[in-house]
Design a protein. Structure first.
Length: 406
C-alpha cells in the first residue's frame, strides 16, 4: 500500500472514531445529569473513572508495545466498542456504569498517543506540523457534523436519555466497529507501519530507557495541559448545563460552532509550528489560553452571582466563552511537536507521548474532585482563574527551551 493510500485509510478510521465519540463521550455530561442526576461535586469525581485510564495509559501501552502501534490501535477500538455496548444497551446501575465508562475511556485514551504517533510515522519530513494540523482539522469537521446530528437527534426525539437503550451510544458502537475494521485493514496491508515502539537491542543487552531529563519541558507542559483540559472538558460544559440550565441540544449546537471554529484554527497552528517553531508556539499558547480562561472566569462568576443576565447579549457572551474554551484543546498539537523535536530516538516519541498522557491524567484525577468542590463552595470563577494562572507555565517553558538551546 502506498503512503497516500495508508494516510487515507488512517484518516477514515480516525474520523469514524471521532464521530463515535461525538455521539457518546461529548454528551456524557448530559447523560450523567439526566440519567443519574449528578451534582457538580459528583460530576467532578466522575472524572476519576473517566480519566484514570489516561493515568494507566503508559503502563498499558508499555505492556502491549511489542505488538506495534496499529495492533494496539485495534485493541483500543475494541475496548471502546465494549464500553459503548454496555452503556448503550444494558442500562447499567451507577456502579456498573463507572466500570464500563472506565473501559470505553481506556480505549479512547489509548488512541490519543497512538493516533499522534502513527500520524508522525505517516507524515513527510518537515511537514509533521502540517499533517497533524490537517488531521486535527478533519477530526473537527467530523465532530462538527456529528454535533449537528446530535442537535437534530435530541431536538426531534431520535436520541434521548433514560432507562433502557441510549440510541446515540448504540449508533456510536456501530460506527466505532466500522472504524476498527479500517484499522484491521491498515494492519494487514501496511505491515511496515505496525512496528513495535522499540526494537530490543542485541540479545543480552539492556533496553535503553526513554524517559530522560532532556524531555522535562515536555512533561511540564503536559502536566499544565492536564489542568487546562480538566477545566475545558468538565467545567466548560458545566457553564451551559449548570449555570444556564440548557440541555444536550443546546450543547450540541454550540459544539457545531466550536468545531467549525476549531477546523479553521487547528491547521493554522500546524502551519505556525512548521514556520515559526515550537518556542513561539508555546508563547502563543500560554498567552492565549490565559486570556481565554481569565475572561471565562469573569463571565462564569458574574452569571453565578446574578450580576450578568442569562438572556439576550449576556447569554451569547456565555456561548462565546464555551466556544473559546474549546479552542484551547487544539494547542495539544504543539506538545506533540515539542516531543518530536526533543526526541533522541524516534522510538522515544511514542513512549513519551503515552507517558505525557499519564502525567496529564494524574493531574486530572488529582484536581477533578477538588475543582468540583471549589466550584460549589467558592464559586465557578476560581476554577477558571486557576487554569489561567497555570497557563503561564507554557511561556516559561518557551524561555527554558531558548536557554538550553533546543
Amino acid at each position: 500500500m502506498t503512503r497516500d493510500k495508508a494516510k487515507r485509510l488512517f484518516l477514515a478510521a480516525i474520523i469514524l472514531l471521532t464521530v463515535a465519540q461525538g455521539l457518546s463521550s461529548s454528551v456524557f455530561s448530559n447523560y450523567f445529569k439526566e440519567v443519574y442526576q449528578v451534582d457538580s461535586v459528583q460530576r467532578g469525581f466522575l472524572e476519576i473513572p473517566r480519566e484514570m485510564p489516561g493515568v494507566l495509559c503508559v503502563v498499558v501501552i508499555s505492556l502491549l508495545g511489542s505488538m506495534g502501534n496499529v495492533s494496539m490501535a485495534f485493541i483500543a477500538y475494541g475496548l471502546s466498542c465494549l464500553g459503548l455496548l454496555v452503556l448503550g444497551l444494558l442500562s447499567p446501575s451507577y456502579g456498573i456504569m463507572m466500570i464500563f465508562l472506565f473501559i470505553a475511556s481506556l480505549g479512547e485514551h489509548m488512541m490519543m498517543p497512538l493516533r499522534d504517533s502513527i500520524a508522525i510515522d505517516l507524515s513527510k519530513e518537515g511537514k509533521t506540523g502540517t499533517f497533524l494540523g490537517k488531521l486535527k482539522g478533519r477530526m473537527l469537521f467530523a465532530s462538527m457534523m456529528t454535533s449537528l446530528a446530535v442537535f437534530i437527534g435530541f431536538r426531534v426525539g431520535i436520541f434521548w436519555f433514560g432507562q433502557g437503550m441510549i440510541p446515540s451510544f448504540c449508533l456510536a458502537l456501530v460506527i466505532a466497529a466500522v472504524g476498527a475494521g479500517f484499522i484491521l485493514k491498515l494492519k494487514k496491508e501496511c505491515p511496515e507501519l505496525n512496528v513495535p515502539q522499540r526494537h530490543k537491542q542485541a540479545s543480552g543487552q539492556k533496553e535503553k530507557h526513554s524517559f530522560k531529563k532532556k524531555y522535562l519541558p515536555y512533561y511540564v507542559v503536559t502536566a499544565v495541559y492536564g489542568c487546562q483540559k480538566r477545566v475545558r472538558i468538565v467545567f466548560g460544559p458545566w457553564i451551559i448545563i449548570e449555570l444556564l440550565a440548557k440541555g444536550a441540544d443546546t450543547l450540541a449546537l454550540l459544539g457545531i460552532a466550536a468545531h467549525f471554529a476549531g477546523s479553521l484554527f487547528a491547521p493554522l497552528i500546524g502551519r505556525f509550528l512548521d514556520r515559526y517553531g515550537v518556542k513561539k508556539a508555546l508563547v502563543l499558547e500560554g498567552c492565549g489560553i490565559a486570556s481565554i480562561f481569565a475572561f471565562s472566569g469573569w463571565v462564569a462568576g458574574n452569571i453565578a452571582g446574578e450580576t450578568l443576565g442569562t438572556v439576550g447579549a449576556p447569554l451569547f457572551v456565555a456561548y462565546l466563552v464555551y466556544i473559546l474554551i474549546n479552542l484551547t484543546d487544539h494547542f495539544n498539537t504543539v506538545h506533540t511537536f515539542l516531543m518530536k523535536q526533543l526526541a533522541d530516538d524516534p522510538a522515544d516519541v511514542m513512549e513519551n507521548l503515552s507517558f505525557g498522557l499519564s502525567v496529564d491524567h494524574v493531574i486530572a484525577v488529582v484536581l477533578s474532585g477538588g475543582l468540583g468542590i471549589l466550584w460549589q463552595t467558592w464559586g465557578p470563577q476560581y476554577v477558571f482563574y486557576i487554569a489561567a494562572a497555570a497557563s503561564l507555565v507554557q511561556v516559561c517553558v518557551a524561555g527554558w527551551l531558548k536557554k538550553i538551546g533546543e
